[in-house]
Structures are given as C-alpha cells and as structure tokens.
Design a protein around this ligand. Sequence first.
Ligand SMILES: [Zn+2]
Length: 414
Amino acid sequence: MTVAIDGERLWQSLMDLAQIGATPKGGNCRLALSKEDGQGRDLVVGWMREAGLEITVDQVGNIFGVRPGRDPARKPVMTGSHIDTQPTGGRFDGCFGVMAGLEVMRTLNDQGIQTEAPLALTIWTNEEGTRFVPVMMGSGVHCGVFPLETALAATDVDGKAVRDELAAIGYAGTAPIGTVQAGSYLEAHIEQGPILEAEETTIGVVTGSLGLRWYDVTVTGMEAHAGPTPMALRRDALYAATHLMQAVVDIANDPAFAPLGRGTVGVVNAYPASRNVIPGRVQFTVDLRHEDAALLEQMEQRFRAAAAALAAGETTGTPVQVDIAFVQEFPPTPFDRTLVERVRSEAIARGMSQRDIVTGAGHDAVYMARCVPTAMIFVPCKDGISHNEVEDADPKHLEAGANVLLGAMLAQAA
Ligand SMILES: [Zn+2]
C-alpha cells in the first residue's frame, strides 16, 4: 500500500499559518525575528509538539523537531525550510516546505509507521535575508558557511541585533550549533519560476543550483561637449559599454551555454549624466550564472575576452579603459545523485509528471548540500510568481509534492 498525506490538512495548516502577518492583498509579512515571526514559530512549534516531535532550538534560533527511529545510532533524515517572509511575501515560499514536513510526520503518526532512521523537521532562521544579512542565515551557520557570531551581531536598519531579537521572541536557543545533525536533507518548495506550470508538469526534480558570479565593470572614455566634438574624435564610454552589456546577454544565449546559462546587467550608471555631455565613465553590474562550474568559468573567460577587445578598440574602433572588479561568487551546487533519483522514482511511482530542473534561487538546501546528501522537490506556482503577495499554488500540486517528500523520506530512512 502506498502511504499518502492528507492534502486538506496540509492546505488548512498553510492557511492557518498565513493568518499570522496576513497582508491586505492576500500575502504575508513575517520578517525574520519580528513579532509575527515569533507568533508563526509558536504556532508551528505547537503543532510539532502535538505531532510528538522532540524540539531543540539552537543558538541561532533554528528549530529542530526529531521523530525517533528504531535505530538511534543513525542520523535523522531531515526536511525543512523557512517561515520568515519578504515584506510583501506570499503564503507558500518556505512555508510549504515546513508544512509538508509536518504533514509527513502527522501522516506517519496516523499510520503508526516507525522508520529505521530518525526523521527531523527543521525551521531555519532568516532564510529571506530581508531584515538581516547574510541571507540563509540559520542554514549558513549550521553548515559552517559563516560563524555564529557574524549572524548574532547582524543588525537591521534600526540597529537591532539578531542576538536581541531572538531573545525578544523567545527563540534565543541554548543548544550548540550542530546539536541536531542530518544524515541527509530533503526540501520541498514552490518553484518560484514559470517552467513547471508552462509545461503542465507536477514535480520538479531539482538536480542542483546555479553557480553565480558577480562583477562591477567600469568603462572609461572621455567627457566632451555633445555638439562641437565630431563623431570620429569621441571616446564615448556609454556607446562602448553598451557593446559589453550586449555581450553579457549574448554569451548566456550562446548554444554553448544555453539553456542553463544566465547573463544579466542589472544596474547601469553613466557619468556625468548630462544630456549634452558625451559620457566619460560608465559603471554597470554583471551577473553570470550556470549550473556547470567549467561552463561558468568559460562564460567568464568569454566576458573577459569581450572586455579586452572593447578596451583595445577592436569592437568599436576606439580604445577605452575597461576595469572589471570581481564582487562575489556562489559555486554551482549539484545535489546528491542518489537522493535526486529517489525523488524522481517516487514521483514516477505515484503516477506524477516530472522533469529535471535547477534552482536559480538560493535555498537552505543549497547550504545543506555542502555538508550532507541533499535534494529538493519543486511544485508549480501560479504564473511562476513568488516574493509577491499574489503568490499562489494549486492545493493538488502541494499535496503531490508532499507525497513525494513522504515517499523519499521513507525510502531514505528505511
Ligand atoms: Zn524560500
């Protein structure tokens, strides 16, 4: 017999949680460590206790609920996500993963099923990074990406520190970081993109996350009067810069890097920003992404080659100065092959449509993948919209995603 979760109970729990910090347009505002976040935590922790989970709160406020297995020597099969939201966030981002995990626990209780390995449900602190940076704070500390002290000392715009705000909502835990350690980690999440809905596919089998590299580019030419300066004698920094901006997008569109390459210029500033002055200096940002580390490196080399050609005057006929400052990078993170295939086979066994997908957004799972075997399960969201009050999802898709989570956790904990 195939065990299945209760889709209505899952939906009702999501809607009950969504009442806390509800916004006029039907979304949620539960900023990390706000009063509303505290109320949301209280509600969910109450449900976790009712489900018999043993609660541990660590020093950065991560909440772990453990369901014992027959073999206490094994590390738990963990699932989880976050319940903090963007200021105008939706009801499903993060919350679905936590409620799906809770629904798994409730279902196993109803069915009287005990697993070999223990199971655990985790609520990670401050995934969104809206009020406090770094983003994905709780999972980042848990996985040793940055120190506990960095997280506790982080302040919001009013100068309030994570340390004090954790205490204010009653979640300044005492358990040392790593008290509860996962053997493996699964996270269910709405896709936050348009692919599954467009292809009428129920389950996204997430194979990993895109790597990202950020740069700041400065192109320097020469300012001069827009009238008296003949075209042939100009060193127009903006005209030159547009060629490099186009190259960034063209590289990502190149068949060598499509469909998983991404190239974006998000910010452009031209100086002196006067309508009758030829721009002498242009600064712009570059965001390059790919799932494959070697291809991401090749994208960077192509971008640097385009910059060198521009600087030498090969592109426009006029040399300019081009400076590239490296800002930050996240390496591509492939998920665990075995666990990814568990997710796929569960979807197939339950007769659901599925396809491979990569996550372009950050998730707690991306940090967890650095320390334990990890996979994610995506379900469609309406119009691919997230980080928005209108974020919506089909209860049937959420039910399907939670069932895949259930099946994969059972298989992993066997
Ligand atoms: Zn999320």
